[in-house]
Design a protein around this ligand. Structure first.
Ligand code: SGN
Ligand code: CA
Length: 533
């Protein structure tokens, strides 16, 4: 009996040794897999772990139940491709060079996937990258060109382009699971970047979600009719208002025939609906045509306020409808990890490239340093390291991912990365976490949505912002007293000490991260050249 046990044991150890394909199995088998799930424009208000008002997202929530929910996670520059560049490089936009969606990503940047690949990780990326060039450091990638399409999307791969019939969120998951099942090297730890296009504008849900979501009615946020009374020009001149800038056809799917009838002309046409095949189009029309007819009948009686509410409802129905498919597909991936016994040794992240306005301040889109677009959802599960059901309110940023993943993998981070590893927070070693403010800088102006250039810092209590380029205006918000950021107290007498303190902190932070007035001017020049090209 004893003898057969020891034979089994040595057989088991031999199999373990060879299946790991490593000379030091104990050390290397410990390295966790890393799954980075990111959606595009997914507001934290639309994740039920944060807020149950709008939608239930049980699969995404699972990561917080089994891990940690960050309530003060933010981005350094609230726009797509720059956020992705910050994530990959661990450097602010002014250092990695990708300051806006227009500028090219400098492929000489060192990224964390390149370092993990070099350290023996198998690496793969599926979904939206939005760089205009292919990612380095990946054994396999299948990415959407540019913004990508919801229906029948084209993917760029190492072996050329391919168009796949179906719905992008499902297809991105199919491609991911196909790689996991067929090409994953079980001898290596893996890095998977699983990147959804949804819920980016213009919002097209999957057909299975049309009936439920188009019937829903949503409570408008309290700032839907914000008049920006205490603010500077930036909020007043931004073109992202639900009433004025959200398009009836492109965004809200009222067909051109109805707009012609109502004598409304708009700058953009049908958007992604035009890509649908006959069958997809029939499913669409069966639900959306009656909505358009109903709108045509109501329209004459609508005023600015009731039209805003109608648009808000239609916006939420489609935006949230796209999120239902993201949540289901995240569930598919989590199930796969469970079934394959991978969950225990996998660090898994759910986040978005930035937040988004769901009617707050009357807006859609992002770009501003105000909370809804500055903050981003962040849920992380890593069994045996992170205590389940934890909430963390420290100020963390997308700048921190690179160093976090490298630290988790035991790979030294280059000294010039600018973030902080989140590992001390995972392990509740709060004394090792000293950050008390985060830095922000947005550049893409003049451009779509006309959000002025600005930079600023946020502590847990206050936010100071400086708008520049064609204005020179400051705003200060008392986040504890004014969580909706509707009361700019920059000029209020009782806040002058805080203004002074925050300005000193801002100057120091800019120095620490090597940002400067000289760079601001350089990027303005570069932007003007990019726009002319
Ligand atoms: C598109 C959208 C904008 C959006 C940008 C950037 N317009 O240009 O509303 O702000 O993308 O989004 S659209 O008419 O093409 O829908 S980002 O997430 O890629 O930065
Ligand atoms: Ca985005």
């Amino acid at each position: 009996m004893k003898k057969s046990l020891s034979i089994y044991l040595s057989l088991f150890l031999t199999v373990l040794f060879f299946s790991c394909g490593e000379t030091t199995p104990k050390k290397k088998t410990k390295r966790p897999n890393i799954v980075f799930i990111m959606s595009d424009d997914h507001a934290y208000q639309a994740i039920s772990a944060y807020d149950t008002t709008l939608i239930q997202t049980p699969n995404i929530d699972r990561l917080a139940k089994e891990g940690v929910l960050f309530t003060n996670a933010s981005v350094t520059n609230s726009i797509c491709a720059p956020s992705r560049a910050v994530i990959l490089t661990g450097k602010h936009s002014h250092i990695n060079g990708k300051i806006d969606n227009l500028s090219p990503f400098d492929t000489t940047n060192v990224t964390f996937p390149m370092l993990l690949q070099k350290a023996g990780y198998q690496t793969a990326m599926f979904g939206k990258l939005h760089f205009g060039n292919n990612p380095k450091g990946f054994d396999e990638f299948k990415i959407l060109p540019g913004q990508g399409d919801y229906y029948n999307p084209r993917f760029v791969t190492k072996d050329g382009d391919t168009t796949i019939t179906g719905y992008v969120t499902d297809i991105t998951t199919d491609l991911t699971l196909d790689w996991m099942e067929k090409r994953r090297d079980t001898a290596k730890p893996f890095l998977l970047m699983y990147l959804h296009k949804a819920p980016h504008r213009s919002w097209l849900p999957a057909a299975r979600h049309y009936p439920e979501f188009t019937k829903n009615e949503y409570p408008p946020p309290e700032t839907l009719f914000d008049k920006y009374q205490t603010r500077g020009d930036a909020a007043k001149t931004a073109e992202m208002g639900i009433l004025k800038d959200m398009l009836l056809q492109y965004d809200l799917k009222v067909p051109s025939a109805v707009l012609d009838e109502l004598r409304i002309s708009e700058r953009l046409g049908a958007g992604g609906v035009a890509r649908m095949n006959t069958e997809q189009r029939a499913a669409w029309d069966s639900i959306y045509e009656p909505i358009a007819i109903d709108f045509m009948e109501r329209y004459p009686a609508l005023n600015d306020s009731s039209l805003t509410v109608w648009k808000f409802q239609r916006y939420m129905q489609d935006y949230l409808g796209t999120i239902a498919a993201v949540d289901e597909n995240v569930g598919r991936l989590l199930d796969y990890l469970d079934v394959e016994n991978l969950s225990q040794n996998t660090l898994i992240v759910y986040t978005s490239d930035q937040g988004f306005y769901l009617g707050e301040h009357g807006w859609f889109d992002k770009r501003f340093m105000y909370n809804e677009s500055f903050k981003t959802p962040l849920l992380i599960r890593w069994p045996n390291v992170i205590t389940p059901n934890t909430t963390e309110d420290e100020l963390v940023q997308n700048l921190d991912f690179a160093q976090t993943f490298l630290a988790a993998a035991g790979v030294a981070a280059p000294k010039d990365m600018q973030g902080e590893s989140l590992l001390p927070l995972f392990k509740k070693e709060k004394d090792k976490w000293t950050r008390d403010a985060v830095y922000y800088h947005y550049y893409e102006y003049p451009a779509e949505h006309t959000v002025k250039r600005h930079y600023g810092i946020a502590t847990k209590k206050y936010k100071l912002m400086h708008f520049y380029y064609d204005v020179d205006q400051w705003e200060l918000y008392d986040l504890e007293k004014d969580p909706t950021e509707t009361n700019n107290v920059y000029d209020a007498l009782e806040y002058q000490d805080i203004v002074d303190e925050m300005k000193i902190k801002l100057t120091k932070t800019r120095e620490t991260y090597s940002d400067s007035k000289a760079l601001d001017s350089l990027f303005i020049q570069q932007y003007q050249n990019d726009v002319q090209d």
